[in-house]
Design a protein around this ligand. Sequence first.
Ligand SMILES: Nc1ncnc2c1ncn2[C@@H]1O[C@H](COP(=O)(O)OP(=O)(O)OP(=O)(O)O)[C@@H](O)[C@H]1O
Length: 567
Amino acid sequence: MRAIFSYTFPYKKSASIALFLMFIELLVELAQPILMAKIIDDGIIAQDFNAVLLWGGVLLGLSLLAFTAGVTNSFFAADLSQGVGYDLRKDLFSKVQKFSDRHFQNISTPSLVTRITNDVIQIQNLLFMFVRIGLRAPLFIIFALVMAFTIDVELALLLLGSVPVFLLFLFFLLTKGIKWFKKVQHKLDGLNTIIRENIAGIRLIKGFNRKEHEEERFQQANESLVLQNKKALWLMEVAMPVVMFGMNIIILVLLLVGAQILSSAGVEAGELVAIINYATRILFTFSVFTFLIMVISRGQASAERIADVLHQTTDEGASGKGKELGGAVRFQNVSLERAGYNVLKNLNFRAVPGSTIGIIGETGAGKTSLLHLIPRLYEKNAGQLFLDEVEIENLDVKNIRRQISLVPQEVHLFSGTVRENIAWGKKDATRKEIEVAAKQAQIHDFIRDLPDGYDTQIGQKGIVFSGGQKQRLSIARALVRKPRILILDDSTSALDAHTEKRLLRTLEEQPSTVFLVAQKVSSIQKADLILILHQGEIIAQGTHDELLQQNEYYAEIHQSQQEGVTS
Ligand SMILES: Nc1ncnc2c1ncn2[C@@H]1O[C@H](COP(=O)(O)OP(=O)(O)OP(=O)(O)O)[C@@H](O)[C@H]1O
C-alpha cells in the first residue's frame, strides 16, 4: 500500500481540501446529539418554545453546512481517486512495455490486463471512500466517546468497554477479506485468460466445432469466480447484521442502566438521550466500518498485485542513445535455458558486418530462440554474445533495439492505415522512405492498387491481408528503419517462389547484417554463412557449397527439396 500511497502526493491539495470538508461534516455530526439534548432539556422539558426555535435553527444551519461540505468533498475525492487511477494506469502500462520474456513468464498477459484495469478501479474506490468516510468513521468514534464522557462517565465507560470487541471483529474481517479478495482477482485473471483465448481463436473454435467445449470452460471459470466472490461478500454481508445485533444489545444495556441512574437522579432526560444518540451513532459507524473493510481489503489485495508489477526490475536502457552499431555479431559458447529445458547449447559463430547469415533446422531446433537473443528479448544463461566486439550486457538495450529490426514468425499488424503500419518502424519516416521500403519488400504495387492506396485501413474495420501480404508489410516496416541488423524469422514462408526471389535479391543489396531463418535451402543458399541447428546445437556451419560437400544432413535436405521442385 505504501507504493500506492506515494501516488496521492501530486493530489495532496485535493486530498487536503476533501479531508478538511470531511472534518466539518464530522464536527456537525458530533454537535448534533448535544443540540438535540439542548432542545429537549432547555426547550421541551422547560417548555421554552424560543429555546426550541433557537437550537432547532442552529441544528438546521449546521446540517446545511454539513450537506454543502459533503457535496464539495465528493468533488475533490473524485479528483484524487481519478487522478491516482490515471497515473497508476500510465505507469503500469509503461512498465509492461519494458517487460522482457522473463516477466511475462511470471505474470500472465490476462493478469496484467486485470491489474491495469480492475485492480486500479479497486484502488480508486478505496481512495474515494477513504477521503469521503474512511477517516470520519474512526475519528467520529473517538470524539463521540470523549463527548459521552463529558456527559456521564458511568454510561460512557459502558460504551467504551464495547469498542474493543467490535475492533477485534473488524480486524478478523480485514485479514480474511484481503485473502479472499486476492483470490477473487486471481479468478478474474483466469476468466480473462479464457475470454482472450476464445476471441483470438474464434475461427479455430468454429472450424473444430468446439463451441460447446469452450462455453463449458468459460462457464466453469465464471462459476468459480462467482463462488469466490460470494464467499468474500458473504463474509462482509454477515458482518453487518452481527454488528447490528451487538449494537442493539449495547443500547438496551445503556437504556437499562440509564433508566436507573435517571430515577436515582444526577442525569437529565436530554443527557440520557444524548448518550444513547452517541452510542447509536458510534455503533452505526461500526456497521459502516464493515462496508469500509470490504473496500479496504479489496484495495489492499489489488495494491499488492499492482505493486508486484511496478516493483519488477527491468533492464531497459534509459537513454536509447549510444554508439552506432557496425553490425558485427559474435556468439561464444552461448547457452539458453527456458523452464528448465536446454533450448540452446554452446553456440559459436561470427557474423561480419553486412553479411547474411542463413539459419536452417528442424522445427523446435531453437532458431527463434537464437534470434531473440540478439535484441535481448531472451537473456542467455551462459557464454558471451558480442555486438561489435562489445559484450551485449554492456550496451544500452534501447540503443541496440533502435538499430535492430525483427520480423517475427507470427506477423502482427496494428489497426490503422497501411502507411501507419509501415511508419510504425520509424515514426518520422517520410512518404518517400515508406514507399522505398514497400518497394524493397515487394508490396508497393499491391498497396498502390488498393482503393485508398497507402491510406487504406487495415484490421477489423478495414481490409484483411493475406499471410504473404502481412509478411511483406512487416518486412517493409523493418526495412524503413534502415537497421544495422535485420532479423527475419521465417518471414518469407508464405511467399511464392518468384516474389521471394526478388525479395531476397533486394535484401542482398542491404548494408545491414541479415539473419534469415528459412525452411527451404533455396531461401538461404546465397548466404555468407549458413548455420544448421539441431536440437539446440549448431551441428555444422559454412557456405552452401561447403555444406553440400561436408554435411550429409544438409545435402539430404537440399536433395529432397530439389526433388520437390522438379517432381
Ligand atoms: N518458454 C519456454 N519454455 C520452455 N521451452 C521453450 C520455451 N520457449 C521455447 N521453448 C522450447 O525451445 C525449443 C526451441 O524453440 P524455438 O521456438 O526456438 O524453435 P524453432 O527452431 O524456432 O522452431 P519452429 O521452426 O517450429 O519455429 C522448442 O523445443 C520449444 O518448445
